[in-house]
Design a protein around this ligand. Sequence first.
Ligand SMILES: *Cc1c(COP(=O)(O)O)cnc(C)c1O
Length: 452
Amino acid sequence: MDLLPGGCTRPPTGAPVDPRRRVPRTDLVLADPRLAGAVATLGRARVKVSIGHAQERARRGEIGPEDVPTVVAATLSGAVAGPRPVVNATGVVLHTNLGRARLSPTAVAALVVAAGHTDVELDLGTGRRARRGRGALAALAAAVPDAEAVHVVNNGAAALLLAATVLAAGREIVVSRGELVEIGDGFRLPDLLASTGARLREVGTTNRTTRADYAAALGPHTGFLLKVHPSNFVVRGFTAAVPVADLAGLGVPVVVDIGSGLLAPEALLPDEPDAATALRCGAALVTASGDKLLGGPQAGLLLGRTELVERLRRHPLARAVRVDKLTLAALEATLRGSGTPTWQALRADPDGLRVRAEWLRAALTADGVPAGVVGCAAVVGGGGAPGVELPSWAVALPAGYAAALRHGDPAVLGRVERGQLLLDLRCVPPELDPALRVAVHRAAGRGPRPGD
Ligand SMILES: *Cc1c(COP(=O)(O)O)cnc(C)c1O
């Protein structure tokens, strides 16, 4: 230990320095206790990449050799705290495991502004409290003129939870057996509804439910009639379901969970229900997600009759599912903005995707990577437009590249199909093509390999 002026001892700086290069050896830095947490959460391979970068900086004289462990710890503390960026080459436009919709640049800019203090709940004109998120609510109301009133909560499930609690706790929700949906990760809408204290009154069968089935189940205990969009599966064959318009006249409120958040009909996805149409057909309340086909942040949208929306808004539970200021900012920007990455991906021209795939193949082949180009089918995913396939193009690589690409920085996620790793370009923004090339090049071991 060095003796400092004043007789203090300097704490050990961790890894001893390689006397030849004056740069600490990787194994010694790895053993530094300050990096133990990072090794445990991120893995040795990820930490070694950072050590390599810091060693390089030390060799260039940008940092002192003794600073290498500190610099690595500082770099990785950011990595520990935040999610890692992923290039979505899965061909699934709304991938729930990847955070569904990618936000537009305008929405991202709004998020950054909202990160500070904002007028989220204050009228700067009068200096008084104002309706929280009124800008986002006004944008939603303007986007769906058929809605008398609107409200926003944390997510689609919260919207449904609030509706069931306020309108049907201790009463019955009448719902078709064909619409008792499991949304994912083991979560089931019937369980969510029952958790509010409402009783489910199931009608019809898995494949067929008629208006008479609903009518026979209605009574003094009915809270509301629920229509759920089967957003992640398709039932084909001998089937019957009742349109909202035929249920609206039965004398009880009809709540429609459209799921995907289309606000108006969309020619590209003709079978996908939308909020405006459901309301025009007589729905009292529509619930939807903000981060599916709307292309915005995670949010739950509630649109419908003023009397019902106000009851939901004033219920104590509404405070527990209150939406964050960041979400409100991103939602407003999404609603007022012109187009989202989700719709750019959905509308991407297959010929353009093919040209990009060919460019990548040529570049990778020149790099010595065995790459091919294949036509394939992308999907909407994320609980929207089940069964719809979007023609797409992918770069094909040996399946063995999958793990190395996943561990890269940025991580790249493709899909393995018939023994090949396909990097489907439909959801990859074109400006990322060069980064994708570099990532594959690294995964091939011809550049600094992830794990080095
Ligand atoms: C996705 C979905 C939900 C759940 O919405 P979240 O925003 O994920 O909470 C509920 N119902 C339907 C029909 C859905 O598609």
